[in-house]
Design a binder for this molecule. Structure first.
Ligand SMILES: *Cc1c(COP(=O)(O)O)cnc(C)c1O
Length: 427
């Protein structure tokens, strides 16, 4: 079977990553094996010398997982990808690959709560400092956050749960002016709605647990490398100088455009071992096959629900970048082909009404998840963000009356009817 790099994204979702040859299985096989067999010791030794040549052990490479990695790299327009056991593991390794003790990096402050914990507390204990900047800060203010030891800038295409849109070109320009890469978490947008590499981002991470999987059946993550960043500018000796743990290998010299992603695999994945099982990758691939079709429907359903809520007399305000009047509407038009299925809104009557409304929903499920085919709902103030004080909640835009609504793929009339009946019970 032939494959073309010129295929459109809908086609890539289905055809990329695995093209069976004569008499091979139609569907990507699940290679549930920890290890791989060789005829001779010399051959095993040769693979240890250069693990990019063949497979050794499923702690860092497996054929089923690699088919999915190739598909995701194709979807994002990157040169290579590496799957991980969770989105958190992807973010962790994306930073650790270029930061070590004594280094710092900059992150937008509107990011996923789990990522805030990792950046503000766990990295701090590891001697890596994260400096948070506001997305509306001026270029001057952001430039002032850079230090000689800054190694990256990090942001989310559509922030979870703030639902703000990242000005990718602007942050790529600021990062590049200081000789460091822009890392973008593209979880909510997926490559169907936005391809951050097209706007200057250098590295992409995803929680594949969300839309990519889409069915809430596997927790996973992925790092994708654009191959565009120049690691040999003097700031990244770990990529240009000999790696003692790999018989003096120099990643940039040996692997060129693949230096970053191969270092992540050969060094970090070898040592940390957060590689997914073949079966999880198989399930993720099923989700990816329908990603393009699903994303269009999520966006359509969510826009309809957002407009309905905006007109509702028990709703104070609705946050969805696809609504005219949203502060990021123009950024959304520039960067996104749709704004995903996630909406947040403030309900009249405070926390009590919010909880009563949520408890009264009969179809939408109350769960700590987002971005899957089932419509689901979450109360950030009493669930995901319950450790924060009232002042901290306000600072990150989470009021007690805020409801996060993840619109699924049920018929939108049924979704709205469910909201309607729950609103009646809540008031
Ligand atoms: C969920 C999420 C993560 C963390 O991913 P897990 O797969 O749950 O580890 C990271 N970033 C964003 C934007 C997310 O929504």
């Amino acid at each position: 079977m032939a494959y073309s790099k010129d295929y459109k994204i809908e086609t890539k979702c289905i055809q990329a990553g695995y093209q069976p040859k004569n008499s091979e299985p139609r569907v990507v096989p699940i290679v549930q094996s920890t290890t791989y067999v060789y005829d001779s010791t010399e051959e095993v030794a040769a693979v240890f010398d250069d693990p990019t040549k063949s497979l050794i052990y499923s702690r860092f490479a497996n054929p089923t997982v690699m088919a999915v990695e190739d598909k995701i790299a194709e979807l994002e327009g990157g040169v290579g990808a590496m799957c991980t056991t969770s989105g958190q593991a992807a973010t962790l390794l994306s930073i650790l690959n270029i930061c070590e003790v004594g280094d710092s990096f900059i992150s937008l402050s509107e990011i996923y709560g789990g990522t805030v914990n990792l950046f503000a507390f766990t990295f701090k204990r590891m001697g890596i400092e994260c400096i948070f900047v506001d997305k509306n800060a001026s270029d001057e203010e952001i430039n002032a956050a850079f230090k000689p030891n800054t190694r990256a800038v990090f942001g989310e295409t559509i922030a979870n749960p703030a639902l703000s849109v990242l000005d990718i070109e602007r942050f790529a320009r600021l990062a590049h002016a200081h000789g460091v890469p822009l890392i973008v978490d593209n979880t909510f947008a997926t490559p169907v709605l936005c391809r951050p590499f097209d706007f200057g981002a250098d590295i992409i991470v995803h929680s594949t647990s969300k839309y990519m999987d889409g069915h809430a059946v596997q927790v996973g993550g992925v790092i994708v490398d654009s191959g565009n960043f120049n690691w040999a500018n003097g700031k990244f000796p770990a990529l240009t100088e000999p790696d003692e743990s790999y018989h003096g290998l120099r990643y940039v010299e040996s692997y060129g455009k693949l230096a970053y992603i191969l270092k992540a695999r050969m060094q970090l994945m070898r040592d940390f071992g957060t590689y997914p099982a073949a079966h999880s990758a198989f399930l993720l691939n099923l989700g990816l096959e329908t990603l393009a079709v699903r994303m269009k429907q999520y966006c359509e359903n969510a826009l309809t629900v957002a407009k309905y809520l905006e007109a509702h007399d028990k709703v104070i305000s609705v946050k969805y970048p696809g609504l005219e009047g949203n502060e990021d509407y123009e950024l959304a038009r520039k960067y996104l082909k749709g704004c995903s299925g996630v909406i947040s809104f403030r309900i009249k009557g405070g926390k009590e009404a919010a909880i009563k409304f949520m408890n009264s929903l009969s179809m939408a499920s109350n769960e700590v998840h987002v971005a899957d085919i089932h419509t689901c709902v979450l109360h950030p103030a009493s669930e995901t963000h319950r450790q924060l004080t009232d002042e901290q909640l306000i600072a990150c835009g989470i009021t007690p009356d805020l409801v996060r609504f993840s619109v699924g793929l049920e018929n939108v009339e049924d979704i709205i009817a469910d909201i309607e009946q729950a609103m009646k019970k809540a008031f």
